[in-house]
Design a protein around this ligand. Structure first.
Ligand code: NOJ
Length: 515
C-alpha cells in the first residue's frame, strides 16, 4: 500500500530488558525471557521492537553505562541468545532496534581505565580531560543532569573529566576521529548481526568540541518549577550555547548515516535528544545525510498535559515535520512516570477510567505522523508504581532525591504475565530486582491477551485496521488540528483517502470518518 519506508509509519514497542521476563530465576529479565514473549508482542501487530541497553555494564545507570558495546551483560545472556532473538523477531515479521549510547561509556570500560592513568597513554585523548582553573576549580560551570557538577577530578592526571550524567559515565571525546571510528565499528558489528536500526541515546550530550570550553549562559527565562527535579540548578542555565547540542556533533550523525546507508534494507537511526530549542535541534540532527528521525518529547511532560496542552504539543511538532516521518512520538518510556497515571489528573479522570484513557492515548499517538514508541505495559494500561519502599529503590537519580522525587523506578517495575503465578509470572526468584507491583496483577499480559475486550486486544484490532488505511500508511500529512475543549480533531490525508480523526476526552472514544 505504501511507498514510505517502514520506519516512517512504524509502531515500535519498547522493552526495558531488566524488567520484561526472567528465564533463569535470578530476579532479572534476560534475552531468553524476551524470546519467550515475542509471540505476545507480535500479537499486538507492532512493526518493530526497541530494546533498551543489554550490553556489558556495571549497571550504575542500568545499562546506559556500557563497559563493552559488542557483548551482552552476562545476567542478560550471550551473543548466541541475541542471535536466536533477532532470528525469531524477523521470523515474526518485525524489525529489531537496539539502543546505542554514543555520548558516554562506563568508567569501567577499558577505554576509560586506560585513559585515566596518565596524560600520554594511547587512549589519553578519548575523553574530555581539562586542567583545573588556577584556583583548582572545575574548568566550566557545567552541571550534570543527575545533580552536581559535570566535572570530576582525577588525581593521576591532575585533570578534570567531563560527565553529563553520573561520574561513572565519562563523556567520550567525539572530536577525536578514533572515537568516531570506534562507534562506526560498533554500528557495523550490530548491523552485521542483522539489527534494523538504532535508538541513539542522548545524542545532544555528545561532546565533540575541543577545549577551551565556554561557560553556559544563565537562563533568563528560568522559573522555579513545582517538581523537585525542575528545581535543580541545571535548569538555571542555557545549554546549547556551550555544553550541549554542539554543532560539531553532526560529524557523528553524518558518519552514522553513511554507515547505515552502506547496508541493505533501510537501516534506521533515531536520535534521542533535547535542548534549549528541541525542535530546532531535531531539525539540525535530521538534515540531509544525518539521522533519519528524532525521538520527540512533546507528549512526555513529566506531570502530564491538559487536552489543550496535548493539542499544542501535537501542533508544534507537526508544524516542523508535517509531510515527513522524521519524528517519533511517545507517551511513556523508562524515564518518566507511566502515562496511565501521569495523565489522569490533567484530563480530569479517575483511576477507573485509566484503561479507556490509555486506549485512547494509544490510538491518538499511532494516528500522528511519523513513528510511535509504545512502552511495554501501555498495552495493559499499567499504572505508575509510586509505593516502592525507599530501601528497594534502584535508580541513582531517584535515590539522590527521594523521597521528594521518586526517580524512574516507578515505570521500571517488572512486567507481570499471569496473576496466578509467583511474581506474576515474571520470575521464579524469591526477590526480583525491583518489586513486582501488586496493583499490576489484575492486568497481567497473558491474562489480558486471553481476555476479549482488553486494552491489549482492542489496541491490536486498532493497529490491524490502521494498517489498511492509506491515510496513515502512504503519507505523513496532518491538517486542521481543531476540536472543542475536550476534543482533539484532525485530518490525515493521502492521495487515496482523507480520514477525519476525532479523540473525545469526555466519552474516551476515538472515531474516524472518511471525508
Ligand atoms: C537517556 C536514557 O533514556 C536514560 O535512561 C539515561 O539515564 C540517560 N540517557 C543517560 O544515558
Amino acid at each position: 500500500m505504501s511507498d514510505l519506508k517502514w520506519w516512517e509509519t512504524a509502531v515500535i514497542y519498547q522493552i526495558y530488558p531488566r524488567s520484561y521476563q526472567d528465564s533463569n530465576g535470578d530476579g532479572i529479565g534476560d534475552l531468553q525471557g524476551i524470546i519467550s514473549r515475542l509471540d505476545y508482542i507480535a500479537g499486538l501487530g507492532v512493526d518493530a521492537i526497541w530494546i533498551s541497553p543489554f550490553f556489558k555494564s556495571p549497571q550504575k545507570d542500568f545499562g546506559y553505562d556500557v563497559s563493552d558495546y559488542c557483548d551482552i551483560n552476562p545476567e542478560y545472556g550471550t551473543l548466541d541468545d541475541f542471535d536466536q532473538m533477532i532470528a525469531k523477531v524477523h521470523d515474526l515479521g518485525m524489525k529489531l532496534m537496539i539502543d546505542i549510547v554514543p555520548a558516554h561509556c562506563s568508567d569501567q570500560h577499558a577505554w576509560f581505565q586506560e585513559s585515566r592513568q596518565s596524560r600520554d597513554n594511547p587512549k589519553a585523548d578519548w575523553f574530555h580531560w581539562v586542567d583545573p582553573l588556577p584556583d583548582g576549580s572545575a574548568p566550566t560551570n557545567w552541571l550534570s543532569f543527575f545533580g552536581g557538577r559535570a566535572w570530576t577530578f582525577e588525581p593521576r592526571r591532575q585533570q578534570y573529566y567531563l560527565h553529563n550524567f553520573l561520574p561513572e559515565q565519562p563523556n567520550l571525546n567525539h572530536a577525536n576521529p578514533d572515537v568516531r571510528q570506534a562507534f562506526v565499528d560498533i554500528a557495523k558489528f550490530w548491523f552485521d548481526r542483522g539489527v534494523d536500526g538504532f535508538r541513539l541515546d542522548a545524542v545532544h550530550t555528545i561532546n565533540a568540541d575541543s577545549a577551551p570550553y565556554q561557560n553556559n549562559l544563565a537562563n533568563p527565562d528560568f522559573v522555579l518549577g513545582e517538581l523537585p527535579q525542575q528545581q535543580q540548578p541545571f535548569f538555571r542555565q542555557l545549554h546549547d550555547s556551550a555544553q550541549l547540542n554542539q554543532p560539531s556533533i553532526q560529524q557523528f550523525s553524518e558518519a552514522y548515516r553513511a554507515c547505515a546507508d552502506s547496508y541493505e534494507g533501510d537501516r534506521y537511526l533515531m536520535g534521542e535528544l533535547h535542548g534549549d530549542d528541541p525542535i530546532k535541534a531535531s531539525q539540525t540532527f535530521t538534515d540531509t545525510g544525518r539521522l533519519h528521525a528524532t525521538y520527540n518529547f512533546n507528549l512526555l511532560a513529566w506531570d502530564g498535559l491538559s487536552v489543550d496542552g496535548l493539542k499544542q504539543a501535537i501542533t508544534s511538532a507537526v508544524a516542523a515535520f508535517n509531510g515527513t516521518g522524521r519524528l517519533s512520538f511517545a507517551f511513556s518510556n523508562h524515564d518518566v512516570p507511566r502515562v496511565g497515571t501521569r495523565q489522569l489528573k490533567n484530563l480530569g479522570l479517575t483511576d477507573a477510567q485509566r484503561p479507556a484513557m490509555q486506549l485512547l492515548l494509544l490510538k491518538l499517538e499511532t494516528c500522528l505522523i511519523g513513528s510511535t514508541c509504545v512502552y511495554m505495559g501501555e498495552e495493559l494500561a499499567l499504572s505508575d508504581v509510586q509505593d516502592i519502599p525507599v530501601d528497594k529503590m534502584q535508580d541513582p537519580w531517584g535515590i539522590e532525591f527521594a523521597p521528594v522525587f521518586l526517580g524512574r523506578d516507578t515505570c521500571r517495575t517488572p512486567m507481570v504475565w499471569r496473576k496466578s503465578e509467583p511474581n506474576g509470572g515474571f520470575s521464579s526468584a524469591n526477590q526480583t530486582w525491583l518489586p513486582v507491583s501488586a496493583q499490576h496483577l489484575d492486568s497481567a499480559g497473558l491474562d489480558e491477551a486471553d481476555r476479549k475486550g482488553s486494552v491489549y486486544n482492542q489496541f491490536a484490532e486498532f493497529l490491524a485496521w490502521r494498517k489498511q488505511q492509506p491515510a496513515f500508511m502512504s503519507a505523513n500529512v496532518i491538517s486542521d488540528i481543531t476540536g472543542g475543549p475536550r476534543q482533539i480533531i484532525f485530518d490525515r490525508t493521502s492521495d487515496q483517502q482523507t480520514l477525519r480523526c476525532c479523540f473525545d476526552f469526555d466519552t474516551l472514544t476515538a472515531t474516524f470518518e472518511e471525508v
